[in-house]
Design a protein around this ligand. Structure first.
Ligand SMILES: [Ca+2]
Ligand SMILES: [Ca+2]
Length: 213
């Protein structure tokens, strides 16, 4: 029985890691007066949204450079919050979609009216620099494993034996690299100072002996 529970928990823990794919979060703040702010956009490894609203007056389109809409989906926007019943505006609206590097532009519609548009080039511009908006998931060419990009690539760090300072201390995998390096560096410096002092003392002793003769 205990073994069965152990395997069950093992599968529950590992299945998300195995099935995790590259996704991107689009987080908006939408006002009833149709003001839209793209609050956050972030690529990472996870699961896309499986359930989208069947009906909404708001629509999100994500397009490629040649204007092809890869996504044209209803966006869940609720200005009323229950318990207690209050009207909230602006209100957050978010969706998680599979990430592909072809995303170039997004548009938000209310009915047939376009109320917001934003370029998505900043997710990856392939200029060999890991800049704001890019990370290991959205732009692996500019932000290789271990980059300081706000993304902790735990599995990559473990596989490649690299250090990623974006990870929590216990997942950084820096200990094996940095601790011995610092220790041996300090040890080498200490021994050098000690040898230099011994050499100086001996030299002074020889000097004083020669003088006294
Ligand atoms: Ca770049
Ligand atoms: Ca990183």
């Amino acid at each position: 029985m205990n073994k069965a529970v152990f395997y069950l928990w093992g599968w529950i823990f590992f299945i998300p890691l195995i099935s995790a794919t590259e996704v991107v979060d689009f987080d908006f703040l939408i006002d009833q007066n149709d003001t839209v702010v793209l609050a956050q956009i972030r690529a990472y490894r996870g699961e896309p949204d499986f359930f989208l609203p069947e009906h909404s007056q708001y629509t999100l389109k994500v397009k490629t450079a040649d204007e092809t809409a890869l996504w044209d989906i209803p966006l869940a926007v609720n200005f009323v919050v229950l318990d207690p019943l209050v009207n909230v505006s602006p209100t957050p609206a978010m969706v998680t979609l599979p990430y592909v590097s072809d995303y170039k532009e997004l548009e938000v519609y209310r009915g047939d009216r376009k109320i917001f548009t934003a370029k998505l080039d900043f997710l990856c511009n392939n200029d060999t620099q890991c800049s704001a908006g890019e990370n290991q998931v959205s732009c692996p060419g500019d932000c290789p494993v271990g980059s300081r990009d706000g993304f902790c690539g735990v599995m990559d760090v473990m596989d490649n034996q690299q250090c990623d300072s974006d990870c929590l201390q216990k997942y950084r995998n820096c200990r094996n690299v940095t601790v011995p390096f610092i220790f041996f560096t300090l040890l080498a410096v200490g021994i050098s100072i000690l040898l230099w002092r011994l050499y100086k003392n001996k030299k002074n002793q020889r000097k004083s002996t020669t003088t006294s003769l």
